[in-house]
Design a protein around this ligand. Structure first.
Ligand SMILES: NC(=O)C1=CN([C@@H]2O[C@H](COP(=O)(O)OP(=O)(O)OC[C@H]3O[C@@H](n4cnc5c(N)ncnc54)[C@H](O)[C@@H]3O)[C@@H](O)[C@H]2O)C=CC1
Ligand SMILES: O=C(CO)COP(=O)(O)O
Length: 379
């Protein structure tokens, strides 16, 4: 297989990872363990030194030994020099500013990959859309990676899968071939909105699950929210051009399960604190790491309103965050008074519910009769 620059060479491919938090550092390890030549950019020089000299990132990945060959710098120009692929993992709200700093140093033919799971608060844009708006590169050279990817588990080399998505299958494959190793497998698809929205929306459902958990409700409530949450995720994403199958793949259902079940999830943890009665301000102070869901609620509800998509769970998360709904009052039968006329409360009969059912049927048929992996994710 070839890239636009000639034959692909995952081993030794020069890549830059920007952002040395828990996910950026873990992804740098994935890439280095897959044979790439990785330079990890950290904002703070002392962190770059710790990574490069001690092969540790003790703030974000305590107890993890990083690969010996992994280099790190706090200089963007050095990180980006000669980078054929650039992976970005900074908080979503800081992406635009970071892109402006990146632009002068970006290799003309580089592929740019978003590892982030948020939307820009001011514009409601997905991360790949912000990248396309700011960087002077063609959309076909932008990719996103999403999936059930709790950083610490992967840093411990527990077997995991993700999906690389790009409007160009060639780009997705070029990225997937580098983002693969003995413990991390990257599938590909070409549904960028579905893949990105899956990652954004599961955060909101994980906050809801945390809230009911913190409020003392049990497994039935959580399963109800998880299942109906997937319907909301699918309805919303399909309204914005996604394929329903993507939401039943790694970037949707897969990530939803991981995030809603794990105490490692920051969104889930933030929700649990809210459910226990902490105010949003105190929760934000206690969360030392990026909690994308808290910033995404507002823009996602705006976008949902624009397309007439009902999102009763996400709406109730907004109300709990605003302090206008007590966590115990969150209603897992999940309808709202302003639900559009004609939408019913029967499971699977709302507009997107049937889209979801069709997606499940297609996935089931694929599994039963062969011809591909469940969801739109391809090997
Ligand atoms: N941690 C995880 O398990 C996963 C996280 N993600 C996504 O990755 C993205 C980054 O999250 P994490 O690495 O987990 O967050 P984190 O909180 O662990 O690290 C964020 C990093 O960004 C740096 N940073 C903060 N403000 C910045 C700014 N203005 N400019 C540049 N750098 C800045 C911080 O110093 C830190 O190094 C998020 O969108 C998250 O949803 C995706 C998959 C898994
Ligand atoms: O995206 C993640 C797992 O796939 C990480 O979730 P949190 O941001 O909630 O920790």
């Amino acid at each position: 297989m070839k890239t636009r620059n000639g034959p692909r060479k995952p081993h030794g491919t020069r890549v830059a990872v920007l952002g040395a938090g828990s996910w950026g550092t873990t992804f740098a390890k994935i890439l280095a363990d897959g044979g790439a030549d990785v330079m990890l950019w950290a904002r703070r020089p002392e962190l770059a030194r710790e990574i490069q000299e001690a092969q540790r990132n003790s703030d974000y990945l305590p107890g993890i030994n990083l690969p010996r060959g992994l280099r790190s710098t706090s200089r963007l120009d050095l990180a980006l020099a000669g980078a054929e692929q650039v992976y970005i993992s900074v908080p979503s709200q800081s992406l635009r500013d970071n892109l402006e700093a990146i632009t002068p140093h970006l290799h003309a033919d580089a592929i740019v990959v978003s590892l982030m799971k948020g939307v820009e608060k001011a514009s409601g844009l997905r991360m790949s859309q912000v990248i396309a708006e700011v960087l002077p590169i063609d959309e076909s050279r932008i990719a996103v990676i999403s999936g059930p990817n709790l950083a610490l588990e992967i840093a411990k080399e527990q077997p995991t899968a993700a999906v690389v998505s790009s409007s160009s299958l060639e780009t997705a494959q070029a990225v997937a071939s580098v983002s693969r190793n003995r413990y991390f497998h990257s599938f590909v698809n070409t549904d960028v909105p579905g893949t990105e929205f899956g990652g954004v929306l599961k955060n909101l459902i994980a906050v809801a699950i945390g809230i009911v958990d913190g409020a003392g409700y049990g497994e039935n409530t959580k399963a109800s929210i998880l299942t109906r949450g997937l319907v909301e995720m699918t309805d919303f994403s399909v309204a914005y051009g996604a394929q329903a199958e993507t939401l039943s793949g790694l970037a949707g259902l897969g990530d939803l399960i991981a995030t809603c079940q794990s105490p490692l999830s920051r969104n889930n943890t933030a929700g649990r604190l809210l459910g226990q009665g902490y105010h949003l301000k105190d929760v934000v102070e206690r969360m030392q790491q990026t909690t994308e869901g808290l910033a995404s609620v507002g823009p996602i509800l705006e976008l949902a309103k624009a397309k007439g998509v009902a999102m009763p769970i996400v709406e109730q998360v907004r109300q709990v965050l605003a302090g206008t709904l007590a966590p115990r009052d969150i209603a897992p039968h999940l309808t709202t008074d302003d639900e559009p006329q004609g939408e019913r409360t029967n499971d699977g009969q709302a507009q997107g519910g049937s889209a979801l059912r069709r997606a499940f049927k297609r996935a089931f048929d694929q599994l039963r009769y062969g011809g591909g992996s469940a969801g739109g994710d391809r090997p």
